[in-house]
Design a binder for this molecule. Structure first.
Ligand code: DOR
Length: 446
């Protein structure tokens, strides 16, 4: 007898698409095959639907502690399950920063009480604590080390080569890097934003201040340091053609993330339509860069798609640029935005599963999640590729309460989010209380 059977769906297995049923027992995948409804306590009819492994969003900012008016672990994870996401990895640029075991434990305790989905946390990598990272990176609930090479939201900054090297030298887990070059950006700011008449300083300058040269140079530097120390690095949210060239030449050492926003929005259109709602770091760039990102999806350079959910309130966003903070909400819309691209023929559903499920599992060495395979956690995201719906601000569970995609009709939506055998979201209804989520586990480092 099983607890749950997913019947009649098209299942995205590691061997490809299969028309089969999935049987679940004790929160784990028990078997794939043909089963009767009477074989289980519960059956979900998936006819006409696709059964994906649970989507893992490896980059979100949920603002707790210190920015609870923008988001909390509770509201952020609720938005996650509404959007078909079964686990999130959260970033350390909170206040206080997540750079010590104590600050990590605070988040783990809060998440155990309030999270709707499974979770893990990045530890910020700083020169001050570099010597301890060997030990701290293996604390339960840590998904990796995060370095900000360029200043963004919050005060976490590790911009100098010797500081970055100190972090890379200590440990073996994945180091995720926000690669923008602080010096180049400071120079651009001094030559442009600081000297222009106030009325000429608009958000359209964002990709000029935080230039492609700044992103490419930071990637070049961190790849050199990775080579020198023999440490693999995960380059987050790449945005430009120049970065891709460098990363392609170093794929033995680097893994790469791209965001739905950079694949979907482009300059100058996004700044004209959305103003500072399109402001994020690294910035949304011109269409030639976007084409290069799609090419990097097609040729395998990209390993992961993450949302970089970075909520700020509309009031905060309405401040004049560059006071307006950078970042957009995205955890709830990541999957429908990408399914819409599948429907438009930009990538296959198989490749999307690789980027949202298999890729996170590989890069972070997640134990027992990210694949539909016997013995793995029974995490599923069940989607209707035919469903068309408009994104609206009012449907967003994020405290920010808005989306850069509001007003767009997307084709392809999650219908069920299942975590460890439990349907936590079914047809837009949230079916659990906060506190259901658990810490994600990782394989021992080799
Ligand atoms: O636009 C961004 N917002 N980029 C980041 O790196 C940080 C994020 C945030 O936390 O707001």
């Amino acid at each position: 007898m099983y607890d749950l059977i997913l019947k009649n769906g098209e299942v995205l297995t590691p061997s490809g698409r299969m028309e089969c049923d999935v049987a679940v027992r004790d929160g784990k995948i028990a078997a794939l095959g043909q089963f009767q409804a009477s074989d289980a306590a519960e059956m979900i009819d998936c006819r006409g639907l696709h059964v994906l492994p649970g989507v893992i969003d490896t980059q979100v900012h949920f603002r707790e502690p210190g920015g609870e008016h923008k988001e909390t672990l509770e509201t952020g994870t609720k938005a996650a399950i509404a959007g078909g996401v079964t686990a999130i990895f959260e970033m350390p640029n909170t206040n206080p920063l997540t750079i010590t075991p104590e600050s990590l434990q605070w988040k783990l305790d809060k998440a155990a009480e309030t999270a709707y989905c499974d979770y893990a946390f990045y530890l910020g990598g700083t020169a001050d604590y570099a010597d301890q990272l060997n030990e701290w990176e293996n604390l339960p609930g840590v998904c990796g080390i995060k370095i900000f090479m360029g200043s963004s939201t919050g005060s976490l900054l590790t911009s100098e080569d010797d500081a970055i090297e100190a972090v890379l030298k200590n440990g073996r887990r994945i180091v995720a890097v926000h690669a923008e070059d602080e010096q180049i950006m400071a120079k651009n700011k001094a030559e442009m934003l600081d000297v222009l008449a106030p009325e000429d300083v608009t958000v359209a300058l964002h990709p000029k201040w935080r230039s492609a040269e700044s992103s490419a140079n930071a990637v070049r530097r961190v790849v050199n340091l990775a080579r020198k120390t023999g440490r693999r690095v995960h380059v987050l949210h790449i945005t430009c053609a120049e970065e891709i060239e460098i990363l392609r030449a170093n794929k033995d050492l680097v893994t790469v993330e791209v965001l739905p926003n950079h694949l979907s929005l482009y300059a100058p259109d996004c700044y004209e339509r959305l103003g500072s709602k399109a402001q994020q770091n690294p910035p949304i760039r011109e269409q030639n860069h976007q084409q290069a990102l799609w090419q990097a999806i097609a040729d395998g350079t990209i390993d992961i798609i993450g949302s970089d959910h970075a909520p700020h309130t509309l009031d905060e966003k309405a401040q004049p640029y560059p006071k307006s903070p950078s970042g957009t909400p995205g955890v709830q819309t990541m999957l429908p935005v990408m399914l819409d691209h599948v429907n438009n023929g930009r990538l296959t559903l198989e490749r999307l599963v690789d980027l949202l499920c298999h890729g996170p599992q590989r890069v972070h060495q997640i134990a027992g999640k990210g694949r539909i395979a016997a013995g793995y956690d029974a995490d599923f995201t069940i989607v209707d590729l035919q469903k068309i719906r408009e994104v609206t601000d009012k449907d967003q569970y994020s405290k920010a309460g808005w989306s850069p995609f509001a007003g767009q009709k997307l084709k392809g939506w999650p219908i069920y989010t299942i975590i460890r055998g439990k349907a936590v979201m079914a047809e837009d209804e949230i079916r659990i209380q906060p506190g259901y989520g658990q810490a994600v586990k990782f394989r021992e480092t080799l």
